[in-house]
Ligand binder design. Sequence first.
Ligand code: AMP
Ligand code: MG
Length: 417
Amino acid sequence: MRDVRMRGFAERADVEDVDRRLRGLTRPLPPESVPVLECAGRVLAEDVSARVSVPGFRRAAMDGYAVRAEETSGASERSPVRLPIVGEAYPGRPFPRGIGPGEAVRIMTGSPVPDGADAVVMAEVCEEQQGEVAVREAIAVHRNVGEIGEDIREGEVVLQRGRRLRPQDVGVLASIGCASLYCVRRPRVQLVITGDELLPPGSVPEGYRIVDSNSVLLRALVARDGGVLLPFELLPDQPEIIRAALEEEGADLVLVSGGSSVGREDHAPRLVAELGSLDFHGVNLRPAGPAGGGRVGDRLVFLLPGNPVSCLCAYEFFAGPSLRALGGRSREWPHRRARRELAREIGSQAGRTDYVRVAIRDGRVVPIATSGSSILSSTVRATGAVIVPQELESIPEGAEVEVLLYDEDATPLEPEV
Ligand code: AMP
Ligand code: MG
C-alpha cells in the first residue's frame, strides 16, 4: 500500500460508497439473555408471544358492586333495585364462591368478579343501607368487567424481534411473566486515543498540551448509540504502542482518534493495513476528509481525525451507523429533524459532502460553520447540522432544508430572549 504520510490522498472515497461497503459488513450481533429489568432500550432478538392471557381472570374495572345485570333492569333514581350484599372481593382476595340470584358483592377495581355476576355497578350510582345495596341505574351485561384476554390473549405475538424496547414494552413483557429475553448483544467499543500532546479529561490544559476532549465526546456518542465502552488509556504517538492496542481482542468496533491522517506521526492507517485491511482512507467529506476505516481480526476499525469537529463528523457518518447496525438498531441518523428555509446560501463543492453546523434564527436556518474542523464550540452554538449531499455545489438561500437537531428532547429550536 502507498504510504500517504506527508503526501496527501491521491484518491478520496465518496461517502455513499463507504456507507454501502459498511452496510455489507455490519449485521446484528448474536443474541444474549437479558433480565427483563434491564431490557428497556435494548433490541429484542426474538418474537415474544404471550404464554398467558392478561387479565387471566374476569376483573373488575371499577369500585362498586358485582351483580347479575338483568336484575338491575328498571332500576332508577325513584325506584332503586335493592340487593343484599353477601360479601366482598379485593384484588388478590376473591369472594370465595359464586353469587346466586338476587345477590351482590362489594368489589374493588382489579378484583376477580365472582362467578354468576356479569357486571359491576359503579359505587357512584349505588347506596348502601343495612347490608343492602340500592342500585339506582340499570346496567348492561359485561359493563365494568374486564374479560379474560382483554389486554393480551394467550399465544398472541406481543412484540417482534428488532423492536427497540420502550418503557411500556418492558412493562407488558413483565405482565406476561417474562423473566428474561433474548436481546441483540450490545457492541463493545474500544477507544484508541493517540497524541503526545494529550492530557486526560479533568486536567487543565497547560502550555502546548491540550485536554483529550475526543474521548469524552465519543463516550457520549457511543452511549447514545447503544455501545458499551471498554476501559482504555491515552496513548502516545508510538507505532508499537498503537499496534498493540489495535491487536487487542474483545471489542466489536474500534475507534481510533488522532494519528489517522497523513502527518509524520500518523501511524494508524499503515498499522491497520498491516494487521488487517484498510478499506478506505480519505473521504470526500468536509470536515473529516482524512477519515478512514478497515478491519483487524473480527473488529471494525474507524480512523477518526483528531480535530474535534472532524472526529464528531467521521463518527456520525461512518462509525455511528455501523455501531447501531451491530446493535440491531437503525443505521439512520438518530436525530430529530426540522424542515426550515435557508437564510443564506451554503457553498459546497460538487463531489464533496458537507456537514454544516447551523442555527435556527427567526425560523430560518443560518449556517454558522462550514469549515473550521478544530472549532468544537461551533457545534455547541449550533442547533443542528445540515448535510449538503455530494452532487450539490451549493444550496441557495430560500431553499427548504432538513436540520438534524442536536437536542434529543423537545428543547425549543430558538433560545428565548
Ligand atoms: P491528528 O489527527 O492527530 O493529526 O490531530 C489533529 C488535531 O486534533 C491536532 O490539533 C490535535 O492536537 C487535535 N487532537 C488530537 N487528538 C485529540 C483529542 N483526543 N482531543 C482533542 N483534540 C485532539
Ligand atoms: Mg496527532
